[in-house]
Design a protein around this ligand. Structure first.
Ligand SMILES: Nc1ncnc2c1ncn2[C@@H]1O[C@H](COP(=O)(O)OP(=O)(O)O)[C@@H](O)[C@H]1O
Ligand SMILES: [Mg+2]
Length: 240
């Protein structure tokens, strides 16, 4: 695999997205320009409805822009059909959702190994890798458990392990702490911080909480589909 120039993992240029609805087109993202380099830890912030999830879904190749360019790890996604996008997603993206999205009837080991099946990894290697990842997120002793037998914070750890299965270039998380209490949220953010600092994994996550964003190194804020801030993580406006 050739290294993209300057270690740019995400290159977004003049990106627009509108949804076609019965009531007509709804513009959601308006001329977004952004570059994310390997090893960055970015918090995407902004009020509800500002386009954060739409943006993340495009980053994760779950959706496509209406206009503009998205280059993922050196691959221009605009020319790709949905099969090619799915392949790109499996190879380069790990996605963590607010609701964990684990398979309830599968063991933790099977959940984490699932993306490796799609990637064609041999069975033995799948289970070794899944075990190793569960150890890395602190769940090495629970590999045979079902998701319902562990806590929400632990389930999110499993989802993070699963997202890392194919050694993605980009770890994306859309409000990963949205269903968790404050203490557990901080533990999960500690895990993202550790993965970023120790393994150099590029992390982009959405939150609307400042105490969650504080863990990141860069903050990108959206208001009404426009980037209004890109730089240091800001302190919250004084509480009233
Ligand atoms: N599939 C869709 N069809 C039509 N409108 C949508 C769709 N998904 C999201 N929207 C609208 O796009 C805007 C941005 O949504 P979203 O990206 O989910 O924002 P956020 O994640 O910041 O809350 C909202 O006004 C939302 O109602
Ligand atoms: Mg959202």
């Amino acid at each position: 695999m050739t290294e993209p120039p300057n270690g740019v993992v995400v290159g977004i240029e003049h990106l627009y997205k509108q949804y076609e609805t019965a009531a007509g087109p709804v513009p959601v993202l308006k001329d977004v320009n952004l570059e994310i380099h390997r090893g960055e830890f970015v918090a995407i912030m902004g009020p509800s409805g500002s386009g954060k999830s739409t943006f993340m879904n495009i980053l994760g190749c779950l959706d496509t822009p209406t206009r503009g360019r998205y280059v993922l790890d050196g691959h221009d996604t605009s020319a790709l059909d949905s099969d090619d996008l799915a392949r790109l997603r499996n190879r380069f993206i790990g996605f963590v959702f607010q609701g964990f999205n684990l398979l309830p009837r599968a063991s933790l080991l099977e959940n984490v190994a699932l993306p490796l099946i799609y990637a064609g990894t041999p069975r033995r290697e799948r289970s070794e890798r899944a075990r190793e990842l569960l150890e890395r997120v602190g769940l090495g002793r629970h590999v045979e458990h079902r998701p319902s037998q562990i806590s929400g914070g632990q389930q999110q750890r499993v989802a993070i392990a699963r997202a890392l299965a194919n050694r993605p270039s980009l770890l994306l998380a859309d409000e990963p702490t949205g269903n968790l209490d404050t203490a557990t949220s901080h533990e999960i953010m500690g895990l993202f911080t550790q993965l970023n600092a120790e393994a150099g994994i590029t992390v982009v996550l959405v939150t609307h909480e400042h105490d969650v964003a504080r863990f990141a190194k860069r903050e990108v804020s959206f208001v009404d589909g426009v980037v209004t801030h890109d730089g240091h993580v800001r302190e919250p406006e004084s509480a009233t």
